[in-house]
Design a protein around this ligand. Structure first.
Ligand code: 1PR
Length: 565
């Protein structure tokens, strides 16, 4: 990618040699991008991506800014209903429609695409800007037989050559959405489609107006090239890159690197890693294991091809997250150089600080989103929420952390992290929780059946709630993804807990991330072959340098499992 930079401003009072002041001002204006950030969520990544490409961001603060913009980027975040309300309340709707109808340079991302249509089924039915014919509809998980939201890296099929996408026609880009537009309703506009059970609109274009359902700012170097082709058309490829024959198409299974983070005994924030959740050295005075610096390792895993990076603040349950400036700083710094999705977990719950100030879980999550997180992962609090849900006969109060965050930021922004431990039973009638007949192991007394008990506070306390029951409850309450750990397997390098991953993946229709126990690349193939999970996560093998992310993906490709290379 071409290196970009600003023209240096002329020194005050300096004689005009070389380019005139007017030319310098014009050159600076030429690198300006107006950003339509209506304040609903994390647009830090879009800002970071634009800055990384050498452009200067100006925020739209009045309807007049839209009229005078030379380029406008609209990263829609949250729910479409509230997005449209804010556009109307701020008086942006009319100038935006005029701008779009004039075909001036515009790039809408995700909701920034969906709002261009006549309407959407989201939020009980919403009227859009009406620039593109058609209605945005929810994916039907039952009809598709696949998890919704559609999360992950998928291929794009160009309907026609386009400077924006020519150079990346053979690549995968990152999607995270539950609603989609139908190309049959907007043939003229459709630039590219993608298939997820059915074909849907991946990108639209007319004149200099572009919008994509995928997130270029989260699609690594591919996404940066797309944004760059929009901002600086001279970088665009003239012809579509040919797609190699036999290249597997469709959604890739994701490989996620996980960083368990906590303060060590000197108070430094370090990446650590436990064996069955015990993160202290067995010798050397039992210090917290130190496997590196969070921001550095995150950058390394991005460079090495991780599809996502997850940070788990493993002592977050006992700290006050709003005071946890180092963790917020980790997110800010990571999002400056890492352009794939970032998840953060640990301490996402409501709490009252020492001065008596109450913070809702939504406020805590919002702080992380503002700092660059794309998703938050809820652990202990999800167990409490699910217990209340069952105790009340599956009532939805709208007040739980999951419901509140999902309502404002969308289901795709809410991951629930489960920390279960296997419990063997002589007979399934011994527990109210769903049991499974184990396929690969037997209990200490030859037991064939087991269930997986949810724990809280990093495995310190078990509850009478099974992982399957928890997964079902949080799906119903609005979680968009499950991060499925297993304490018995954590750090053992013995492979994922296949029976657990299979049972939970079949119990819910949201994506499941298999975690704990990966020891070699073949373990990823195995979990993808034998279960319907969407992603595999590992920590220890990557931190200790035993296996690289490239090796895992190479093995997957060899074994015919779609992967982003
Ligand atoms: O309860 O909302 O505050 O969240 C705390 C979060 O911290 C939870 O998501 C919980 O999973 C995590 N956590 C708490 N204690 C530990 C610990 O290790 N002592 N880590 C912990 C969880 C499991 C995975 C690990 C995989 C893969 N660690 O994160 O990365 O098991 O490891 P492997 O590939 O090396 O086998 P809250």
């Amino acid at each position: 990618m071409q290196a970009l930079g600003f023209a240096p401003p002329a020194a005050p009072g300096a004689p005009l040699v070389g380019p005139s002041r007017r030319a310098v001002r014009a050159a600076a204006a030429d690198r300006e991008v107006y950003l339509l950030d209506y304040g609903a969520g994390n647009v830090r990544s879009v800002r970071n991506a634009i800055k990384k490409l050498g452009f200067e961001i100006k925020d739209v603060t009045s309807p007049l800014d839209i009229a005078k913009a030379r380029r406008l980027v609209f990263p829609g975040v949250g729910a479409l209903g509230s997005c449209m309300e804010i556009l109307k309340a701020k008086g942006y709707e009319k100038p935006l429609v005029d701008y779009l109808n004039d075909g001036r340079p515009f790039y809408g991302i995700c909701l920034g695409l969906q709002c261009l249509f006549e309407g959407s089924e989201e939020s009980g039915g919403v009227e859009g800007l009406g620039v593109i014919p058609g209605t945005v509809r929810r994916f039907d998980e039952k009809a598709l037989g696949m998890p919704v939201p559609h999360i992950g890296w998928n291929t794009i099929d160009l309907r026609r050559p386009s400077p924006l996408l020519n150079g990346v026609a053979d690549k995968r880009v990152y999607y995270v959405h539950s609603f989609h537009a139908d190309p049959a309703e907007c043939e003229d506009w459709t630039l590219a489609t993608t298939t997820y059970g059915k074909e849907f609109v991946a990108a639209v274009n007319k004149g200099d107006v572009y919008a994509s359902q995928f997130h270029p700012e989260k699609s690594g170097t591919t996404g940066l090239a797309i944004l760059n082709a929009f901002l600086d058309p001279s970088t665009a490829a003239p012809e579509p890159v040919p797609i190699p024959a036999g290249q597997p198409r469709g959604l890739a299974r994701r490989v996620i690197a996980c960083l368990d983070v906590r303060s060590n005994d000197n108070g430094d924030l370090v990446v650590t890693k436990g064996d069955q959740y015990d993160v202290r050295e067995k010798s050397d005075g039992g210090d917290v294991r130190n496997l590196g610096k969070p921001v550095e390792l995150c950058g390394t895993y991005y460079e090495n091809g991780a599809d996502e990076v997850t940070f788990l603040n493993i002592t977050g349950f006992r700290d006050c997250p709003m005071d946890d400036l180092p963790m917020l700083e980790v997110m800010k710094q990571s999002s400056e150089k890492v352009f794939v999705p970032l998840t953060v977990g640990g301490g996402i719950k409501e709490f009252t600080d020492d001065s008596g100030r109450f913070y809702s879980a939504l406020e805590v999550a919002a702080e992380y989103f503002r700092s660059g997180a794309d998703k938050v992962s809820i652990g202990s609090d999800a167990v409490d929420v699910a217990e209340r849900y069952y105790a009340s006969g599956k009532a939805k109060t709208g007040q739980s952390s999951i419901e509140q965050i999902s309502r404002v930021y969308g289901a795709q922004a809410v991951v629930v992290s489960i920390d279960p431990r296997r419990v063997w039973v002589a007979d399934p009638s011994e527990t109210k929780n769903a049991c499974v007949r184990a396929t690969s192991a037997r209990g200490p007394n030859g037991e064939e059946h087991c269930w997986w008990q949810c724990t809280v506070r990093g495995g310190r306390e078990g509850r009478d709630l099974g992982a399957i029951e928890l997964a079902r409850a949080v799906e119903d309450l609005g979680a968009g993804e499950i991060l499925l750990n297993c304490i018995d397997k954590d750090g053992t390098n013995s492979g994922f807990e296949l029976d657990l991953v299979d049972a939970v993946s079949r119990a819910v229709t949201i994506p499941v991330i298999a975690s704990s126990g990966a020891g070699k690349p073949e373990h990823f193939t195995e979990v993808f072959d034998k279960t319907a999970c969407s992603a595999g996560l590992a920590a220890g093998i990557f931190h200790r340098g035993e296996v690289g992310i490239g090796e895992v993906k190479g093995r997957m490709a060899q074994d015919g499992i779609p992967t982003r290379q």
